[in-house]
Design a protein around this ligand. Structure first.
Ligand SMILES: CC(C)(COP(=O)(O)OP(=O)(O)OC[C@H]1O[C@@H](n2cnc3c(N)ncnc32)[C@H](O)[C@@H]1OP(=O)(O)O)[C@@H](O)C(=O)NCCC(=O)NCCS
Length: 70
């Protein structure tokens, strides 16, 4: 089972206070409890260091094909 982490966001006024780390740690622990074998996510280059501090590592590249619904 694989879990996909999406749209993690901390209000700008509260960033840098450790809240993002707490959110990801809670997600990681919940996924582990549910028997998830791997968590994956997409992020911009500027957030790589943050996710590394949350225990994630870079793995391959992402590709997508988008259809705009509008
Ligand atoms: C990315 C985001 C969720 C991080 O949440 P946060 O609450 O600000 O991060 P934390 O305070 O928990 O940071 C945890 C650690 O990561 C580091 N860190 C956080 N963002 C970082 C960044 N962009 N680059 C490098 N290090 C970063 C912190 O310095 C801290 O390190 P420390 O424990 O050594 O002090 C938050 O900045 C955010 O919501 N950004 C806008 C939305 C966004 O880009 N979401 C990601 C979508 S993939």
């Amino acid at each position: 089972m694989v879990a996909h982490v999406e749209e993690v966001c901390v209000a700008a006024s509260h960033q840098g206070k450790g809240l993002g780390l707490i959110i990801i740690q809670a997600l990681n622990a919940t996924a582990k409890d549910l028997g998830v074998g791997k968590l994956i996510l997409n992020c911009s280059d500027k957030n790589v260091k943050f996710y590394e501090k949350c225990g994630y590592s870079t793995a391959g590249q992402q590709m997508e094909l988008k259809y705009n619904s509008s």
